[in-house]
Design a protein around this ligand. Structure first.
Ligand code: FE2
Ligand code: FE2
Length: 441
């Protein structure tokens, strides 16, 4: 979807200004570091840069276009041992890493992530010193006095680093700042402090026993990386479960082929326009993909019947939201999606099914799904009528605002879809639009 962002020329202006500011800030931090510390322990800079490079090369992709590695622990150790100047210079190595090369990350993003590390290391390192943190080996007598600077510095690194990534994503992809941060990074807070502790231990081991002893820290760092990886694999397993269910349904009901995916896309578009928090959008996506899963329990002869259904057959079809809710009810991570599945055929005026709820008593996610589901039903071809155009379907949604659909959701969807309704003179009778809406089962 964002292939055009592989070249810097296509980056939105606001994001460009932001990227260039961070490049400039990092450049300044490096110049200041070299002015303050013209004579550096180059061998040690190289040694820690190598460690940072290895850690960064094993980064793990996060759900929202970010990635995470354990390199913070090593940058933090470098700060404690040699000060913010060496930490900033060693962080320059992150401009290149195997993980970004493998994932074909564009150069401007790789440069940004390195500059982010440089700025975060510089700022948090200075805060550490200003708060009274000692550089070099910490003696037992000193230890109580550096707990506060260490925690403060760790916090500042976390805030700077994750805020800059969040802003970059928000500006690049026009995402909500708060949602992006919360979704990508909130769960990381305890892990970051754990990495901070590991960084401190790494610094102490290095100070007392030299470079070879760093090997002792490899296992705990690998474990820390593993916790990130387990989290991401779990997310992957969720996606696999949902697609297996969708495939089972599509095998039975050819009409649903592609329908679930399109409804999910439309529902997400409306939800984003309505500024719904990301974790709710994720629930909505699962619900949309699985909204008709209950059709698995309905005879193929009814599902695939060409032409009109009898009353009894229609009643049978109307059981699919309930069946769907039952099916996903046993899957723990889909519990939140149940209401949206169960109520996806309710109408705002109370004439829908399964319960005949009306107005705001219909859960918000279900109201969004109804709009998305109806739009896709209208724009798909059926055996007894051709598909409506996007404009015709959008007009019908607008016409049924307040009776069948929630007006603010219809408006958000039409706005997000970019369908233009101006200059059109709808002829409702000619279009037989009511028939189209009745089809939405
Ligand atoms: Fe549907
Ligand atoms: Fe349905």
């Amino acid at each position: 979807m964002y292939e055009h962002l592989t070249t810097v020329a296509n980056v939105p202006a606001r994001a460009k200004v932001f990227f260039y500011s961070i490049y400039a800030a990092a450049f300044l931090a490096l110049v200041v570091s070299l002015i303050i510390k013209p004579v550096l322990p180059w061998l040690e800079v190289a040694f820690f840069a190598l460690l940072i490079f290895i850690a960064d090369s094993f980064a793990i992709r996060l759900p929202k276009k970010a990635s995470i590695s354990v390199s913070f622990a090593i940058i933090f150790a470098t700060t404690i041992l040699f000060g913010p100047w060496v930490a900033s210079l060693a962080s320059l190595i992150t401009v290149i890493n195997f993980s970004d090369l493998r994932n074909k990350i564009p150069w401007y993003k790789m440069l940004f992530s390195a500059c982010n590390y440089i700025v975060s290391a510089f700022v948090s390192g200075y805060i550490y010193m200003l708060a009274g943190g000692a550089i070099g080996k910490i003696t037992a007598a000193n230890f109580p006095y550096i707990i506060m600077p260490l925690s403060l510095s760790c916090t500042i690194f976390f805030i700077t680093n994750t805020s800059l990534i969040t802003l970059a994503i928000a500006y690049l992809y026009d995402e909500s700042i708060f949602n992006t941060w919360r979704y990508n990074f909130q769960w990381l807070i305890p892990n970051y402090y754990a990495l901070g502790v590991l960084g401190f231990i790494l610094a102490q081991i290095y100070a007392s026993s030299g470079p070879a002893s760093v090997i002792l820290l490899v296992v705990p760092l690998l474990i820390a990386r593993q916790t990130f990886s387990v989290y991401m694999n779990l997310k992957g397993a969720y996606v696999d479960t949902v697609s297996a269910l969708v495939q089972a349904l599509e095998a039975k009901d050819p009409y649903t082929r592609g329908h679930s995916e399109r409804v999910a896309k439309y529902a997400e578009m409306a939800a984003k326009e309505l500024r719904i928090p990301d974790e709710k959008v994720e629930t909505l996506r699962y619900a949309a993909l699985l909204h008709d899963i209950g059709k698995i329990g309905i005879a193929r002869r009814i599902l695939n019947k060409p032409g009109r259904l009898t009353n009894d057959e229609f009643k049978r079809i109307q059981t699919h939201p309930g069946l769907g809710a039952e099916i996903i009810g046993d899957i723990d991570f889909l519990k939140e999606a149940i209401p949206a599945v169960y109520y996806h055929h309710e109408r705002l005026n109370g004439t829908g099914y399964a319960e005949g709820l009306s107005g705001e008593r219909i859960p918000l996610l279900a109201r969004i799904m109804t709009v998305a589901d109806s739009f896709d039903a209208m724009t798909s071809t059926r055996s007894y009528r051709p598909a409506l155009s996007d404009e015709e379907a959008a007009e019908e949604l607008m016409a049924c605002r307040g009776s069948q659909f929630d007006p603010k959701i219809v408006e958000a969807f039409v706005k997000a879809s970019g369908i233009s309704l101006e200059d059109r003179k709808p002829d409702m009778e000619e279009l037989q639009l009511k028939i189209a809406i009745e089809d939405t089962v």
